[in-house]
Design a protein around this ligand. Structure first.
Ligand SMILES: NC(=O)c1ccc[n+]([C@@H]2O[C@H](COP(=O)([O-])OP(=O)(O)OC[C@H]3O[C@@H](n4cnc5c(N)ncnc54)[C@H](O)[C@@H]3O)[C@@H](O)[C@H]2O)c1
Length: 285
């Protein structure tokens, strides 16, 4: 019961990792949850299920990147429970599951084809869904002297170059960097800020992407040493750990929970008796 008696705010809690976090924090003893999702009905469904088991759960619908929504989450937690111990920012997306409008060419997500609006939208969705609730909750914690914890969701794409991920990878790189900046700013107040960087996880976001492009599923598995997708709860578990006292000296980190994806390197067969092929060799060929 690592979160016994604690109050936890979770964005993107209507599906996938956010839903799994809500279930896990309740299992780990949380005394109250505030669930947010753009899809308010989805968050309400998760809340109803948890209330059925006796949990105390409030819901705030709307975009987590909307200042008024983030303020409402904090107000709701304060009025219903009187404190906030942790914020888990699962809202985000725009990975393979969501199509972009094609400008030219066949792959709308290729670097060459992504338009300004899509760049700004994708970057801002992922960055601001962490910035806005992060600021509101951190201000609340600082004012009340609460040494709480914040966990953001980055991605393996924060560090991998993916030519057709459009704004998703850059947006997640921004989340990982933001996590460091928040940790440095909030460390003196005793507030810890970390992120997880998931590999492929069998949530709506991933499954929808594979339905549209089955080859992308095979490609992802071929680059995942454990050879399978993660379950959403396999992300909720390290999130709960990072938010718990067991991680009391961990801050500013992105923990990649990726089935070995980032450990993977490719070794090309070396053709002996051939000169190494470099730029000059290619030119003279
Ligand atoms: N599934 C994966 O393979 C994978 C891999 C790496 C990172 N991620 C990240 O994990 C996080 C959770 O994704 P998931 O896989 O659980 O997807 P999901 O689609 O199952 O759930 C995401 C939830 O966030 C909500 N949401 C989206 N934008 C929102 C906003 N602005 N405000 C409030 N709610 C919003 C959606 O309505 C949805 O309920 C996302 O940040 C995603 O980018 C997912």
């Amino acid at each position: 019961m690592r979160h016994a008696g604690r109050i936890v705010l979770i964005t993107g809690a209507g599906n996938g990792m956010g839903e799994a976090c809500a279930q896990r924090f309740v299992r780990e003893g949380a005394a109250g949850l505030v669930l947010n999702d753009l899809d308010a009905e989805a968050a309400a469904r998760v809340a109803d299920e948890l209330r059925g088991g006796g949990a105390k759960v409030e819901v705030v619908g709307g975009s987590a990147a909307d200042r008024a929504v983030a303020k409402q989450m904090v107000r709701t937690a304060d009025q219903a429970f009187g404190r906030i111990d942790s914020l888990i920012c699962c809202a985000g997306g725009g990975g393979q599951g969501e199509p972009l409008q094609p400008l030219i060419g066949e792959d709308p997500r290729d670097f060459l084809n992504v338009g300004d609006e899509a760049w700004q939208g994708g970057m801002m969705t992922n960055l601001m869904t962490a910035v806005v609730p992060g600021q509101e909750v951190a201000r609340y914690m600082v004012e009340r002297g609460i040494a709480g914890a914040i966990v953001n969701i980055s991605s393996v794409q924060a560090v991998l170059g993916v030519g057709n991920s459009g704004p998703y990878g850059p947006g997640k790189a921004a989340v990982s960097n933001l996590t460091k900046g928040m940790a440095v700013s909030l460390g003196p107040h005793g507030i810890r800020v970390n992120a997880i960087g998931p590999g492929p996880t069998a949530t709506r976001m991933l499954l929808e992407g594979i339905r549209r492009n089955p080859a992308s599923g095979r490609e992802m598995l071929s680059r995942t040493p454990l050879g399978r997708w993660a379950e959403a709860d396999e992300m909720a578990a390290p999130i709960c750990f990072l938010a718990s006292d067991e991680a009391s000296f961990i801050t500013g980190q992105t923990l990649y929970v990726d089935g070995g994806r980032l450990a993977l390197n490719f070794v090309l067969p070396v053709r002996s008796n051939e000169a190494p092929v470099g730029r000059a060799a290619i030119k003279s060929a």
